[in-house]
Design a binder for this molecule. Structure first.
Ligand SMILES: [Zn+2]
Length: 289
């Protein structure tokens, strides 16, 4: 029953990609970033087809996806700083609570939840049957994200508004900084919020740590690792503004590769983390070992 529900929820998101979640992987993976532990909490992964890509050529597909499908995951991340337990997104909620229990963290011990954007596969774990699942957490989301999702009706708008209302006493709205800003202010201990609009108007990446010990939790900067890493100019039909999403991605990829900052991605297959290196006109990805 649980598995059926999970498949139903995930297939809602990737409804026209024929995503199959037949492939099971490990659910948690941990990496230290300075004095913070960043833990992947996987909601599962499977194969997606290429129908949701925009601006992709036959040559790119032949080179990057010869089989016609590529792996894609749904992930959230837990950041344990010396003082706080911080969740970055919640996945669709399918395995979140199981995963938290596996790493011995009670939902009541989550102090803050940082949202990259308000699509279902990122905020699905915040409520269960309309009930707030993290009553002791403050919920951080970009002002632009809040404004967008409270401006419309139906589908994703209704879901986001329900979450916003349920957490209204705990809601913290912020303006993310740009990657060009010299003066980067911490949103919360060890975390800076970086505005990367396009996929959604308030899409935000979070950089954890400082100096040589950093990790960029990039949300949905990339959905299709197989195609958008070598070709960041490819967008997806889920992008609210595909052109702006490409601009944000190109800028972020340049920054990440130049500064050699490891990344963690919400749709990056297990273990969900790795390094981006510049190669030719695009980039390559190396998984964290
Ligand atoms: Zn997503």
């Amino acid at each position: 029953m649980k598995i059926l529900l999970r498949l139903a929820l995930v297939s809602m998101l990737f409804s026209f990609t024929n995503l199959s979640f037949a492939q099971e992987t490990e659910s948690v993976f941990s990496s230290m970033v300075g004095d913070c532990e960043v833990i992947l909490l996987s909601d599962g992964q499977g194969q997606a087809n290429t129908e949701f890509l925009i601006g992709v050529t036959a040559e790119m597909l032949k080179e990057c996806v010869p089989s016609g499908t590529f792996p894609i995951a749904v992930n959230a991340f837990l950041v344990k700083t010396p003082e706080k337990n911080i969740l970055i997104d919640t996945g669709n909620g399918a395995k979140l609570f199981e995963n938290l229990s596996e790493v011995n963290v009670n939902p009541l011990e989550i102090d803050a939840i940082l949202i990259t954007h308000m699509h279902f596969d990122h905020i699905g774990g915040l409520l269960a049957n309309g009930e707030v699942m993290f009553p002791n957490a403050e919920l951080y989301t970009a002002q632009a994200e809040h404004d967008y999702w409270t401006s419309g009706e139906g589908g994703g708008f209704d879901l986001a508004r329900t979450v916003i209302n349920a957490y209204k006493d705990k809601l913290i709205l912020f303006e993310g900084v740009s990657l060009d800003d010299e003066d980067t202010k911490e949103l919360i201990h060890s975390v800076v919020a970086i505005s990367t609009p396009g996929h959604t108007p308030g899409h935000t990446m979070y950089i954890i740590g400082s100096g040589d010990n950093q990790m960029m939790v990039w949300g949905d900067l990339i959905h299709a690792m197989a195609v958008q890493v070598p070709y960041p100019q490819v967008a997806v039909t889920y992008d609210v503004d595909p052109k702006q999403a490409v601009k944000s991605r190109e800028k972020a990829m340049e920054y990440i590769s130049k500064n050699n900052v490891p990344i963690a991605g919400m749709h990056t297959p297990f273990p969900g983390m790795g390094k981006i290196k510049s190669e030719g006109t695009g980039y390559i990805f190396e998984e964290i070992k």
